[in-house]
Design a binder for this molecule. Structure first.
Ligand SMILES: Nc1nc2c(ncn2[C@@H]2O[C@H](COP(=O)(O)OP(=O)(O)O)[C@@H](O)[C@H]2O)c(=O)[nH]1
Ligand SMILES: [Mg+2]
Length: 362
């Protein structure tokens, strides 16, 4: 942990802290003649609460993004970097795609769309314990569309991996049903491949294309399906293997010691929010925002913002017990000596205020 709150976690030279869409074209990201170095951007997308952040942490083997059983926990795309010999995988954890009910919700969806632009691999995640709904369908369609476009990527559905998560809590029949429901949705997605017709003769164009003409049908276009438990890690190695296989030759986008692009101040505020989400009920999670207002390492002051006066007491707890527990749990995850000061304030309707949303970094 450094004294500069804008530094990214696990990254201390600060040389290539670009803020472009995915860090492409970054100064530190040129290929230094390593021959066959492979790398790529992998987005994890899905409805809220399917386990995207849990998967990203599981693959990285370290926590770079907070999780909770509340929907919309992730409020900004987080990039986590997996370093393997000769390979670099940039995992993009995204907010859940959902029907927005506030300016904040619309901002979260925007981030998903941004993250789906120009990727090497898309992991579309479903929850084995809930039946496939319209939200999941939208996710699958968007993910397929993303693999069928992109400025300089190959248009190829092999870049799409469908993952059914939480198999530890579902029966194999439920897992199978979910896999085949996803398959059916993708079968129904029309024109995903934006077929290149330049090489086809008139005959083919008049009569359409059949499988025998060499053009593959949806199920043969290479979408792969996985069943995993992001929490226990079951099936995750196989998934990672498939991701690695799909990475093109590419540059080292991030320095070797960088594990995420999250600035430290944002991370401390997120840890506070994570602890609050685990302790409060009902609608409150949506109303909570956290922001570091003072950073004099090891003393960090975090502002907890709620939307109504009545919510203040819940966050503070009887005799301050909630805040105390939150502070302790956060300190345990920071380097020794950290001193976290928490205070609560009210900002009415911040979820509808674009300026506030930006101030909190969402
Ligand atoms: N049983 C079970 N729970 C999971 C699994 N993966 C995630 N969860 C839980 O599902 C909830 C949402 O997870 P999170 O990663 O925050 O979901 P996200 O909104 O998609 O990022 C949390 O309570 C997780 O602990 C899993 O494989 N099995
Ligand atoms: Mg998340």
């Amino acid at each position: 942990m450094d004294t500069n709150p804008d530094q990214t976690t696990g990254h201390d030279d600060g040389a290539s802290s670009d803020r472009s869409a995915h860090g492409r074209g970054a100064t530190g990201g040129e290929n230094r003649g390593e021959g066959s170095f492979r790398s790529g951007f992998v987005a994890v997308v899905g409805r809220p609460n399917v386990g995207k952040s849990t998967l990203v942490n599981q693959i990285l083997g370290t926590k770079v993004t907070i999780t909770s059983r509340r929907p919309n926990t992730t409020r900004r795309s987080v990039r986590g970097v997996l370093h393997r010999p000769g390979v670099q995988v940039v995992l993009v954890d995204t907010p859940g795609l959902h029907r927005p009910r506030s300016a904040l919700g619309r901002r979260l969806n925007e981030q998903v769309v941004e993250a789906l632009y120009d990727l090497d691999v898309v992991v579309a995640m479903l929850d084995a314990t809930a039946s496939l709904g319209p939200g999941d369908r939208l996710v699958l369609e968007r993910a397929a569309a993303s693999c069928a476009s992109g400025s300089n990527r190959e248009r190829d559905l092999r870049r799409l991996l469908v993952v059914v998560n939480k198999v530890d809590r579902a029966t194999s029949a439920e897992v199978l049903a979910q896999l085949s429901a996803a398959h059916e949705v993708l079968e129904g997605v029309k024109n995903v491949g934006t077929l290149d017709v330049s090489g086809m003769n008139d005959e083919v164009l008049r009569h359409g294309v059949s499988h025998e003409d060499g053009l593959e049908r949806e199920q043969d276009r290479g979408v792969e399906y996985f069943a995993v438990s992001a929490r226990s890690g079951r099936g995750v190695d196989e998934l990672l293997e498939a991701v690695l296989e799909r990475l093109p030759e590419g540059p080292r986008y991030f320095p070797d010691d960088m594990v995420s692009d999250v600035p430290e101040a944002f991370w401390v505020a997120e840890l506070v929010r994570e602890q609050l989400l685990a302790r409060v009920r009902d609608e409150l999670p949506h109303s909570i925002a956290c922001r570091v207002s003072e950073w004099e390492w090891p003393r960090v002051r975090v502002e907890i913002v709620v939307e109504r006066e009545s919510q203040k007491g819940i966050v503070i707890g009887r005799g301050g017990e909630v805040l105390k527990a939150v502070g302790t749990a956060v300190r345990e995850q920071l380097p020794p000596g950290a001193f976290v000061e928490l205070y609560v304030c009210v900002e009415k309707h911040w979820q509808e205020n674009p300026e506030a949303i930006e101030r909190f970094g969402y």
